[in-house]
Design a protein. Structure first.
Lengths: 193, 575
């Protein structure tokens, strides 16, 4: 027994050093040299200031911006969360109904029964940075009007920011909301219409 | 929708292609034969034995093997508990998280030591970087390697003749993490960082958003952890949202690769088993049985989730799959994954004992959530967790030949070994402890206020939350219907106990069974031997798994997901 305990204690210390310190620190070292931007959280800077991360949704409500999906986490980067509401939850259904009503008031092209499902459902992380093409298309007329741009120009930018399925079949097509919004700002700053 | 299905099909084909090369490599490693990595790793291996005082030529019987395994687990558990309790006073804590409370630290230490990785804490604000690396990610390696060692010992017992020796625990353990887990984890971690999984020691980022408000974003050294979390079928997230979080799983490609990482080793174990048994078809038969169950699960989930929730349609959204949206039930899912990549993950994580999630299981439609729960209830034998899943699958193979033997009136044999009373008692013990413990805990929790008041959703869904928690912890899965509040004393302590019980009450009878079979002489095959390589055997194994599962769980499932499915379609809501 004592023999086993001796080995176990030494093995505990050895694995702590090798797997608990050397392994993660070596990966950190390599990552910081080879993939610095990705390893630090894909942060996005505008004029030298960090405005967020392209992988983390942020709360945008102004009419001139595309909005991310609703968040069960309040877009809190320190407390990712899903709603965890089940399919027979009245809280869920009431929330979706209220969101649908607000969306229809805000985006005139939308009709009851035709609101893209990702617009009114919360994601698994509460920080989903992406929206579907259907969602972006529904928001485009509002954004164009608020910015005094033509709807075609906005839709052209949406198309340019649509990422297809990886290798043609993995995952779903998507649009990164923060990148699209920053591209809109940049385009208008240059005087584009 | 067709794309979602294509993605699943390609994934399954890739799995079949991984099994042979990785399984062959693993067989070489466990037999101490030379591999490509030996010039680099063999000196390290010898160094570890010298430092720890291990004699690599000395084999152990069931007692020595089980005692080493349990003693080691216990000491590592104490170590994790200490680190979590003291983390506020230790370095590498830029987010200034405090020490963990005693019962949360107890639950967490047990949870990681048993490869469950059930999480009663919110990682972003309650675990320091040092704890993540030194306690949790390290334990991901250790608990996985312990499971793999146990499985190799089990397979040795099954395939040896006239020997009570099972191998050396320390050697099997060391080889598992050094030759198999570590090289794969390094490759996986570097790939994940390249895609955007974070790997830094910075404190949280303070960004001033486009709207002009401050957003604080949790950072950390997490690609290295994500990698071993999937490879070791552990599942404990660096973030509360687990692999739904974009910093753990940023792109469809990382999602695809992480799913492959989860199943790579479990799938290869079926091939390794064929290698040890001296007949590759023995391994492929079990591969086929598991594959049938995997396809069944993903099929049910896909259909149910893509069909969506009629209550959301009534609230005004469209869940139709079109060229511009994946459609289906998107509550709790990420846009980049849609339906296909979410349900495939939900199947894999519950088929194995992983428990990592890339969508909210609590928000799945009743049939899909019920299917995830059934996968756990069947014993996580659809390839299963690294090592332990293989043992579970072999236990069902033993049960299947026993039932076949009863039907034709002959003494049942597996791999030429007679299955007799002692073996059957151990096999039944390894199956029964699970449902008795899980259903027992669920029953107690459903009547005690401390158990049932923890539910978020009411009606049958609340019962499902309780059942799922009991099954997930007993089965060392770790995924959750996360609406249930489990950080209170009742769930922390009861959960910790059943996780420990679930792990060791399974491993020890399995090792005893292996040793008992190993001691027997192998009888030569005759015309009366029931072949355990063909399609009839595959059908029998699948049948036994489903029948045992259905008989045990139908009543409780009828009150949970099954009745909820009808109520959902009828538009009945609970508040």
């Amino acid at each position: 027994m004592r023999h086993h305990i001796g080995i176990a204690i030494r093995m505990t210390i050895l694995t702590a050093v090798l797997l608990g310190l050397l392994y993660p620190l070596a990966i950190t070292g390599i990552a910081q040299v080879v993939f610095p931007g990705a390893a630090d959280g894909s942060l996005v800077k505008v004029g030298g200031r960090v405005v967020g991360s392209s992988l983390i949704a942020q709360d945008l409500t102004a009419a001139r911006y595309f909005h991310p999906r609703p968040s069960a986490a309040g877009y809190n980067g320190m407390a990712s969360a899903a709603s965890n509401l089940g399919p027979t939850s009245r809280v869920l259904v009431d929330r979706v109904r209220a969101d649908v009503r607000a969306l229809i008031a805000q985006d005139p092209g939308l009709r009851f029964g035709a609101v893209p499902v990702d617009m009114a459902t919360t994601s698994g992380s509460g920080l989903d940075p992406d929206i579907t093409v259907a969602n972006a298309s529904a928001q485009a007329p509002r954004v164009a009007a608020a910015r005094g741009m033509s709807a075609t120009a906005v839709l052209r930018l949406v198309a340019a920011h649509t990422t297809g399925r990886t290798l043609g079949f993995i995952g779903e097509p998507r649009i990164n909301v923060l990148e699209l919004d920053l591209a809109l700002d940049a385009l208008q700053a240059k005087g584009g219409r | 929708m067709a794309w979602g299905i294509l993605q699943i099909v390609v994934f399954l084909i890739l799995l079949g292609l991984i099994a042979k090369p990785l399984g062959t490599y693993m067989a070489h490693v466990y037999r101490g034969e030379r591999t490509l990595l030996h010039p680099v790793l063999r000196p390290v291996e010898r160094f570890i034995y010298r430092v720890c005082g291990v004699d690599e030529r000395r084999e152990m019987g069931v007692k020595g093997y089980a005692i080493s395994l349990i003693v080691f687990n216990f000491i590592v558990l104490l170590f994790i508990y200490a680190v979590l309790r003291l983390q506020g006073h230790l370095p590498l804590n830029p987010a200034h998280v405090p020490d963990m409370s005693p019962w949360v630290a107890f639950n967490t230490a047990v949870s990681f030591a048993t490869n469950t990785n059930w999480q009663v804490y919110v990682p972003e604000t309650s675990v320091s970087y040092l704890s993540q690396m030194l306690a949790l990610a390290r334990e991901n390696f250790v608990s996985a390697a312990v499971g793999m060692a146990a499985a190799v010992a089990f397979i040795r017992g099954l395939t040896r003749h006239s020997s009570r020796e099972l191998g050396n625990f320390w050697v099997d353990f060391t080889r598992s993490f050094l030759y198999i887990l570590l090289p794969l984890a390094v490759a996986g971690a570097l790939f994940l960082v390249s895609q955007g999984v974070v790997q830094n020691l910075n404190g949280p980022t303070h960004a001033v958003t486009v709207a002009g408000v401050t957003q604080t974003i949790a950072q950390g050294p997490f690609a290295s952890q994500e990698s071993i979390k999937e490879l070791g079928t552990n599942g404990g997230g660096s973030y509360n949202a687990n692999s739904a979080h974009p910093y753990e799983n940023p792109t469809p490609l990382t999602n695809f690769v992480e799913m492959l990482m989860i199943l790579a080793i479990p799938v290869s174990f079926t091939y390794l088993f064929g290698r040890f048994a001296g007949n590759q078809r023995q391994g492929w038969a079990l591969f086929a049985a598991a594959m049938v169950l995997l396809v069944m699960s993903v099929g049910v989930m896909f259909a149910s989730e893509q069909h969506g929730n009629p209550n959301l349609t009534r609230a005004g959204v469209t869940q139709a799959a079109t060229a511009t949206q994946a459609g289906g039930n998107q509550e709790g899912k990420e846009v980049r994954n849609g339906i296909g990549a979410s349900v495939l993950w939900a199947t894999i994580t519950t088929d194995t004992s992983t428990g990592a999630v890339n969508s909210s299981h609590d928000s799945l439609t009743p049939l899909a959530g019920g299917m995830a729960m059934l996968n756990i209830a069947l014993g996580e034998v659809v390839f299963g967790g690294v090592g332990v899943g293989m043992m579970g699958l072999l236990i069902f193979a033993v049960l299947a030949v026993f039932i076949a033997g009863l039907m034709v009136g002959r003494t049942p044999e597996y791999l030429g070994k007679k299955i007799e009373g002692r073996e059957m008692k151990l096999a039944v013990l390894a199956t029964l402890y699970f449902c008795v413990t899980a259903l027992g805990l669920a029953a107690i929790a459903a009547v005690l206020p401390a158990g049932k008041d923890a539910v978020l959703n009411h009606g049958p869904h609340g019962l499902t939350e309780i059942l799922y928690a009991a099954l997930s912890q007993t089965g060392n899965n770790g995924s959750a219907f996360a609406g249930l509040t489990v950080s209170g004393k009742f769930w922390s302590i009861a959960g910790g106990l059943v996780m420990m019980w679930g792990r060791f009450f399974f491993v020890v009878p399995c090792l005893a069974l292996a040793s008992s079979l190993g001691a027997k002489k192998a009888a030569p095959e005759s015309s009366g031997t029931f072949p355990t390589t063909g399609p009839i055997f595959v059908v029998l194994v699948v049948g036994v798994i489903l029948i045992v599962g259905a008989l045990t769980y139908f009543p409780s499932f009828a009150l949970g997901p099954i009745v909820e499915q009808f109520l959902m379609n009828a538009g009945h809501l609970f508040s």
